[in-house]
Ligand binder design. Structure first.
Ligand code: 4NP
Length: 154
C-alpha cells in the first residue's frame, strides 16, 4: 500500500498523466515495483486520452502516454493508495475535503517533493502554449526523483 502513488489534477489530461509517466519512467529504470495511477477532481474529461500536447512532450522524452484514459478520483483511492499527490492547492483542498476519516493515505503537493519549492502549484498548462507542457514535464521529473527515493526508503 505504501508503494502506491496516485497523482491528482483537475482534468486528468495534462499535469497528472505527466506526473504518472515521469514516476513510472524513473521507477522502471530503478527496477522498483510501484503501483502508479492518476485521476482528476473533475469529471469533464473522463474516458479521454491525455491532451495531445501532453502526449507530445511525453513522447519527446521517451514515454508513450497515449493509452492513458482520464478518470475521476474516488473515495476508494484513499484506501488503495499510500500517497495521494496533488498538482495544486485547489486540488489538495478538494482531496482533503473528500478523504475518509479512516484513511491513512498521505496527501501532499507535487512540488512539496522538490527542494525549495514546497507549497508551490504546478502551473496548469491547459490554457497556455506548448512550452508550458515542457515546464510541467520538468517539474514532474524533479519531483519523481525524490518520490522514487521516498518509496525506496519506505
Ligand atoms: P489538468 O488540466 O488539470 O492538468 O488536466 C486541465 C484540463 C482541462 C481543464 C482544466 C485543466 N478543463 O477545464 O477542461
Amino acid at each position: 500500500m505504501s508503494r502506491s502513488v496516485l497523482f491528482v489534477c483537475l482534468g486528468n489530461i495534462c499535469r497528472s498523466p505527466l506526473a504518472e509517466a515521469a514516476l513510472r519512467h524513473q521507477c522502471t529504470a530503478a527496477g522498483l515495483d510501484v503501483n502508479i495511477d492518476s485521476a482528476g477532481t473533475g469529471d469533464w474529461h473522463v474516458g479521454h486520452a491525455p491532451d495531445e500536447r501532453a502526449q507530445m512532450v511525453a513522447m519527446k522524452n521517451g514515454v508513450d502516454i497515449a493509452h492513458l484514459r482520464a478518470r475521476q478520483v474516488t473515495k476508494a483511492d484513499f484506501r488503495d493508495f499510500g500517497f495521494v499527490i496533488a498538482m495544486d492547492g485547489q486540488n489538495l483542498r478538494d482531496l482533503t475535503a473528500m478523504q475518509p476519516r479512516n484513511s491513512v493515505a498521505r496527501l501532499s503537493l507535487l512540488l512539496d517533493h522538490v527542494e525549495g519549492r514546497a507549497g508551490e502549484d504546478v502551473v496548469d498548462p491547459y490554457y497556455g502554449k506548448e512550452e508550458g507542457f515542457d515546464k510541467t514535464w520538468e517539474d514532474a521529473m524533479l519531483a519523481a526523483a525524490s518520490i522514487r527515493q521516498l518509496l525506496q526508503t519506505g
